[in-house]
Design a protein around this ligand. Sequence first.
Ligand code: UDP
Length: 327
Amino acid sequence: MNVLVVGGAGYIGSHCVRQLVAAGHRPVVLDNLVFGHRGAVAPSIPFHEGDLGDPAIVGPILVEEKIDLVMHFAAFAYVGESVTDPLKYYFNNVVETLRLLETMLSEGVTKFVFSSTCATFGVPAKMPITEDLPQLPINPYGQTKLDIENALKALAYAHGLSFAAFRYFNAAGAAEDGSIGEAHNPETHLIPLAIDAATGRRPALKVFGGDYPTPDGTCLRDYVHVDDLSRAHIAVFDRLDEPGTSLFYNLGTGTPTSVLEVIAAVEKVSGLKVPYTMTDRRAGDPPALYADSTKAKTELGWEVKYPSIEGITQTAWAWHKAHPEGF
Ligand code: UDP
């Protein structure tokens, strides 16, 4: 299939582009390079620089590249910033996405795969998180993703859009061959920060809270390899043929891993010490978040290739070691 990957120069999008090629599809990238990296996309992949909300850019791409399906990864994703600057999040994550969908429908492109997030669940009453739990986001980032999930349902009903929305847990790791990986600016994620603390590129890691009601007192998260996430996006294609299909999947390994366990994994794969200090809790961090991905396994045959934090961290270490400055 000809697949437009919106945000294809970003972290998850660029890994998905590579998996699309491996699966025999033809990806075309649209990215405005605000957060994406041109170097994350191979020169052989058709690349368009521009905004997803601009019909004058997106419309001709859909037609000229004969796009069958759109995957959308281009969102702002800093939870704290979404609290202090909500308009930025509503404009980019909601308004621009609605414009993209409008352009798709007007050009007759009706298959869509959407990057959603476990942040749509807020602080769930029960763990692990199944798809049917109530979605009560506690920050604008999670709310904007939920707003699009709801818009997609309405568009499926009204216009026959077929879509899958994947709620990611903690995307982590890097391409197996070390060619691309995680390079956010600013970086806020645990694994890259722990690696940089170990190599001395950044100061000691701050562990946000050691007094949570968890076995070692630090937060539990579900780290899932970025290539495993990408493969789920492609496995769903076959289920989008029927107009009006609405699909939701939670994607994680199902294994809760604490901040201290992540630090131990980084130390093991790197052979270096991770200097850290225990600090106050970060506002808005739930104690534990991990997925029940039974639905993705059963319906899509999704199997994670990286079930352990060590395996995931090993790929992240290989990338950061070879590319300490990112792209
Ligand atoms: N974390 C931490 N120090 C950091 C960054 C993150 O202790 O410098 C913790 C954070 O509190 C959370 C976990 O690591 O429990 C994962 O955080 P991250 O920002 O990577 O992802 P999130 O779970 O917020 O999506």
